[in-house]
Design a protein around this ligand. Sequence first.
Ligand code: GCU
Length: 421
Amino acid sequence: MNKLIFCLLFFAFLSNASAQFDANYDESKVPEFKLPDPLKTFNGKKIRNSKKWESRRRPELLNFFTQNMYGEVPGKLEISSVDIQEERKSALNGKAVRKQVDLVFKNHGKTLDFTILIYLPKTEESVPLFVGYNFFGNHTITEDVDVVISEAWARNNPSFGIINNQLTEQSRGVRTNRWCVDKIIDAGFGLAVIYYGEVDPDKDDFSDGIHPLFYIDDQQQPAANEWGSIAAWSWGLSRAMDYFERDEDIDESKVVVFGHSRLGKTALWAGASDERFAGVISNNSGCGGAALSKRRFGETVWRINNSFPHWFCKNFRNYIKNEEALPVDQHELIALIAPRPVYIASAEEDKWSDPKGEFLSALYATPVYNLYGKKGIQQTEMPELNQPVQNTVAYHIRTGEHDVTAFDWEQYIKWAQKFIQ
Ligand code: GCU
């Protein structure tokens, strides 16, 4: 390996390792904080029923998260054309139908397109579906040789054969462990995936991806209240939903949005901001996802805005080392999904994502679900390892590290069969 690249990778590794080392992992050092009540408006009015929640409280919370955290999408843009690149009636050893569908967008003389890889169980009926982004290209989630390799920018990862920021054949199937395609199809669900780099490359650069299609005149980057990358990726999921509404093989009323880590943050925001998603799964989403910011445990608002300045809108920086000033916390992001089913999952060794903070968010979102007569999290203590609690709000913490495992998918499928299918 070129020495310079090695040094850069080594320093990147060191700085991430030292960030994780500096973080607080001591429960006794979690600051005292008061969590905002999801059932009290910013003006202090008590919310007593779902009607008032929907007319008063939900809109003001959604507006706060939009203007101060994830950022507003600066306009509407419809799919300009749908290009079915490829369709095979008999994929995955004959058990599934495969489609690769390209959505094209045009605005202000610029074009962007992204490809959705879809596997559906073979049936005459329209099917429920999981949709989510992958980190390294659609061809990484399966050994299927017919999956097209994206040409979009990718973060270098020599062990996956990603050099010069280009995905290659070498990474085909390297992430099959994170996507239990067979289990999903056998359970009667479809799976749709998108390479997130096609919607917005994951780097601090607003000249690429979807953002420039919305720029006016010589604009170079979004305004302080406008979308960062998480909102851009969520926007892409909503456009995928626009396509699902047109595809007769998919039951658009039963689409569950799934994501891991930064893409778990994205799934939560997609589900909160687009009520067409029937359910949401957040796998190890951590800071800016399911974890409570005010706990400052593991990754903090300061750390995340420093390491990833492009993920949130600029207004979010007002809360760096100033979490106490936040009039919301992440339990209210989860509450925005109510009454739709939501699953929050943590991993024991993934302290950086603050498993307890993720659990507490699910717990404190529960009163909003109760307004609809739905069961949330009823116990105040975290469940035992590998012992999921599955109600309309579901939670588990499994053994192991920051990852998506077969155990995770087995739980998601079981839960979705009960609450979505
Ligand atoms: C980093 C980041 C997290 C993020 C994670 C991931 O660890 O600090 O916020 O969730 O990357 O996306 O894998």
